[in-house]
Design a protein around this ligand. Structure first.
Ligand code: SAM
Length: 263
């Protein structure tokens, strides 16, 4: 019977995939791929003779296509092969289920039809970010939001912790048809963030290296410079804390301790 395994290839070609994920790619009847560059695509093709890219489902140059339709078509395509009784492996760059809906949807649909389906984790952009920036997200905590969702919904950032905004190059792109945002929309984001962060607050535009000879992009700018900074599809915005952690004295009292008791 058909089976579906969604794996992550990591951010960096060849080296960041788990041994388990790589072996699934090698034994799959069909591999569907969604990776960011031709090198990774060719590397996958060297592991399995039947690798098909899901990239063609994205809108062509000049075509107006909602990304919801793209994702639906991708899931359909994946399920067709599972229904044919194949071992289908989907190889997505990074982590297959982090800020990425296709693997989650394909797995849910496959399971609802009685097929065995699972996800294996991969090294995500965020995993690389903590390593490259030398930050332990546990020191003061962190929050992650998709940039447009952060704008459209009533999210309240915790300014004591790190804040990551994913898909910053699409901030405010609510139509799901464009592949970039505008200075105007980025200014709305800056004004929005300015409720909690000063305009001079340092923020980092981060891009993990995807090829072994590349260096990550770690560009430190001020919040107000964001609309005029080059942003790419792979950029993530990292906003460091603006305030020090403060004690919750009510809980300290319940515990019968004071700030002096905490090392
Ligand atoms: N599943 C991916 C992962 O595990 O990292 C994330 C996919 S999400 C649709 C795309 C967003 O991930 C980008 O807009 C960006 O925020 C982040 N991203 C992807 N590639 C990146 C890179 N090389 N460096 C930093 N962030 C990246």
């Amino acid at each position: 019977t058909g089976r579906l395994v969604c794996v992550g290839t990591g951010m960096q070609l060849g080296g960041q995939i788990s041994v388990l994920s790589q072996s699934y790619i090698e034994i799959a009847d069909v591999v569907y791929s969604l990776v960011t560059d031709g090198f990774s695509q060719r590397w996958l093709a060297s592991l399995n003779d039947n690798v098909q890219s899901l990239q063609p489902f994205y809108a062509l140059e000049g075509e107006l296509k909602n990304r919801r339709e793209t994702y639906r078509q991708m899931v359909d395509e994946i399920l067709t092969q599972v229904r044919l009784g194949k071992l289908v492996v989907c190889a997505f760059y990074g982590h297959p289920g982090v800020f990425a809906c296709v693997a989650h949807r394909a797995i849910a649909l496959a399971r609802s039809e009685g097929f065995e389906a699972k996800m294996l984790p991969g090294i995500s952009a965020e995993a690389c970010l903590w390593a490259d920036l030398g930050i332990d997200p546990g020191t003061v905590g962190h929050q992650s939001f998709e940039a447009t969702q952060f704008l459209l919904y009533d999210h309240i950032p915790n300014t004591c912790s790190h804040l990551l905004l994913w898909q910053i190059a699409l901030a405010g792109e609510y139509t799901l048809t464009q592949f970039s945002t505008t200075v105007y929309k980025l200014k709305i984001l800056v004004t929005h963030l300015n409720q909690w962060y000063p305009l001079t607050h340092p923020v980092i535009v981060y891009e993990a290296a995807t090829l072994p000879f590349q260096q990550p992009r770690i560009e430190s700018i001020t919040l107000e410079q964001l609309p005029y900074t080059k942003l790419n599809a792979v950029s993530t915005l990292m906003i460091p804390p603006a305030k020090a952690l403060s004690f919750n004295h009510q809980v300290l009292e319940q515990l019968g301790i004071t700030a002096a008791n905490i090392g």
